[in-house]
Design a protein around this ligand. Structure first.
Ligand code: ADE
Length: 254
């Protein structure tokens, strides 16, 4: 899968994504990440990409033209790679903005099915609406707070999507039961030593009884989700009515 990140800070993006698991996946050719500098498409004296907003107000806005030319350059290369033109399969262009739908595991799974994803990172007060209307397919936020730019959100998308691709995680890493897999947060985990700072590992985990361990872990997941993310807990209860239905009492035989 190929990520194409449109940004004013390509080094920031590339330095983070060339390390660790994503770096390893890129070396193996499982993913590729390119950060394209929007400034390279500002064909004016000082490669200026921003200007004042019409109607007044504080702050500068990224102009439409350099963003559009950068997009065109990426799309042209994607088409060449695919060996033809083909308007039919529109490439997804994700604009990172606090005004978007909030990114979650389901969205990560959906994005992981694409061959290419273009991610547009904004800065200053935003980007001229006209170019957004023309090129963006998805407006995505990473949470209800405002960051200084879209680069960190873009890295979040690349990380969360890449780890879902076949071969990116080692067998050991992908075998890990994880939060959100079944809509619940992950249960607590422990490693050696058996006692640390006077706290012992829950005895059931050293009992060797796999069924009991699985039941304990599920219960812990439920408790943790109820305490920390009641929104997810409510969803889980609604989608698993049998698990929470009152147990039917056996009628006494007369
Ligand atoms: N840019 C600034 N804040 C953001 C957010 N919360 N999500 C995505 N992009 C952003």
């Amino acid at each position: 899968m190929d990520f194409h990140i449109m940004t004013l800070f390509p080094d920031m993006v590339m330095s983070a994504l060339s390390e660790s698991i994503i770096g390893r996946a890129a070396e193996k050719g499982l993913v590729s990440v390119e950060a394209v500098n929007i400034r390279d498409f500002a064909h004016n004296k000082h490669n200026k990409v921003d200007d004042y907003t019409y109607g007044g107000g504080a702050g500068m806005l990224m102009q439409a033209e350099p963003v559009y030319l950068c997009y065109e350059d990426i799309i042209k290369r994607i088409r060449e790679k695919k060996g033809g033109s083909g308007e039919d399969n529109r490439v997804r262009v994700v604009y990172m903005t606090p005004q978007g739908g909030v990114f979650d595991q389901k969205m990560a799974e959906e994005f992981s099915k694409e061959e290419d994803i273009v991610i547009l990172c904004g800065h200053y007060e935003g980007i001229d609406e006209r170019v957004l209307d023309e090129i963006v397919t998805d407006h995505v936020s990473v949470g209800d707070y405002v960051l200084t730019g879209g680069e960190i959100p873009a890295m979040i998308i690349v990380d969360a999507v890449s780890r879902l691709l076949p071969g990116v995680l080692s067998n050991e890493e992908s075998g890990i039961t994880e939060s959100f897999g079944d809509g619940l947060l992950e249960y607590p985990q422990y490693s050696r030593p058996e006692e640390w700072h006077c706290v012992k590992v829950p005895p059931v985990l050293i009992s060797g009884d796999h069924e009991k361990v699985a039941a304990w872990r599920h219960e812990q997941s439920l408790l943790r989700t109820m305490e920390r993310r009641f929104d997810l807990f409510r969803k889980y209860v609604r989608s698993h009515p049998d698990e929470f239905a009152p147990k039917k009492k056996r009628r006494k035989r007369k």
